[in-house]
Design a protein around this ligand. Structure first.
Ligand code: FES
Length: 316
């Protein structure tokens, strides 16, 4: 059985009460929209009548109306609330319901509970507290989800970049487990116009990657050597179709001035240029060349992880 987790499926601003949004998360096809009170709703993206994607429909005051025959489904329960041309004496049979998911919103993300068990535990983005100008985005990356997590540990430079910074291959200690997450620090240096040396021993920066043992909320931070945050990025990642990965992210630059930064970096920040980029297209050759190292520990930890939603007798 697939035990449940909260998954980060969309940016809050991507979900509205006008156009439904289709997403694929952990292999499940879901349609998101907002109900009459502005609450985010999630239904299986298949009409229970003829299996047409509900994302092709329209949002109405009573819920999401299928674009084919016009049945309407309540966003909170999935119950069919209206069928066109139904006689005034006829009632909608309760079995005509779409599958509804539990939804929670926080830190500018929409989260959906996928799998068995009652929703529990903190939201993946709970620790993401933006304190500066935010930069956001979404993408479907051309890499399978499990590999996305592995590469985020073995070679994060293949998946994202911090402007003006070179992420090195030098680990600053072993991967460690903290509160149900794997954390790895890696040395980073400011880019210069000169050719970089093959081995760098002085790392003025740290790239800290934090990956969950369950669910797909990834945190990547650029820190000074004194572990003061410079840039913080939170990425919601999950399996999409055909070996691809759904991504949505928010990140921000710490508002305080960084004294030790190169002039060019400071000028780019003053001009409002984005401090990081999340890759949409992944370089297969670069990934194939990566050593499989800390991702082994992640795979082992995820395999042995007991989900919070597991019934008590199974946790013993
Ligand atoms: S397929 Fe949706 S109402 Fe018929």
């Amino acid at each position: 059985m697939h035990y449940g987790n909260w998954w980060t499926v969309a940016l809050s601003e991507s979900v509205n009460d006008e156009r439904p949004l289709a997403v694929v998360c952990d292999g499940e096809e879901i349609v998101l929209f907002r109900g009459p009170g502005g609450e985010a709703c999630a239904l299986e993206d298949r009409c229970p009548h003829r299996r047409v994607p509900l994302a092709l429909g329209v949002v109405k005051p009573g819920g999401l109306q299928c674009g084919y025959h016009g049945w309407t489904f309540d966003g909170a329960t999935g119950a069919c609330t209206a069928i066109p041309n139904l006689h005034v004496d006829e009632r909608v049979p309760p079995r005509y319901a779409a599958r509804a998911y539990s939804v929670a919103e926080g830190q500018g993300f929409v989260h959906v509970w996928i799998g068995a068990g009652a929703p529990s535990g903190e939201l993946p983005s709970a620790a993401y507290l933006a304190a500066g100008r935010e930069f956001t985005g979404t993408a479907i990356a051309n890499i399978a989800y499990d590999e996305y997590l592995a590469v985020m540990l073995d070679g994060p430079q293949c998946l994202l970049a911090f402007d003006g910074v070179r992420i090195t291959d030098f680990f600053l200690g072993d991967a460690r487990t903290e509160e149900g997450r794997i954390v790895l620090d890696r040395g980073a240096v400011w880019k210069t116009g000169m050719l970089p040396p093959a081995f760098v021993t002085d790392h003025p920066l740290i790239v800290r990657t934090t990956l969950p043992l369950a669910g797909g909320g990834i945190r990547v931070e650029l820190l000074t050597a004194d572990e003061e945050a410079v840039v913080t990025v939170f990425i919601g990642a999950s399996a999409n179709r055909r070996g691809t990965t759904s991504l949505c992210w928010r990140g921000y630059l710490q508002p305080r001035r960084l004294q030790a930064a190169p002039l060019r970096w400071s000028a780019a920040r003053a001009a409002g240029r984005r401090p990081f980029r999340v890759a949409h297209a992944v370089d297969g050759a670069a990934i194939a060349a990566l050593l499989v190292a800390p991702s082994r520990e992640l795979a082992a930890a995820r395999a042995g992880h007991v989900p919070a939603s597991l019934p008590a007798q199974r946790q013993a």
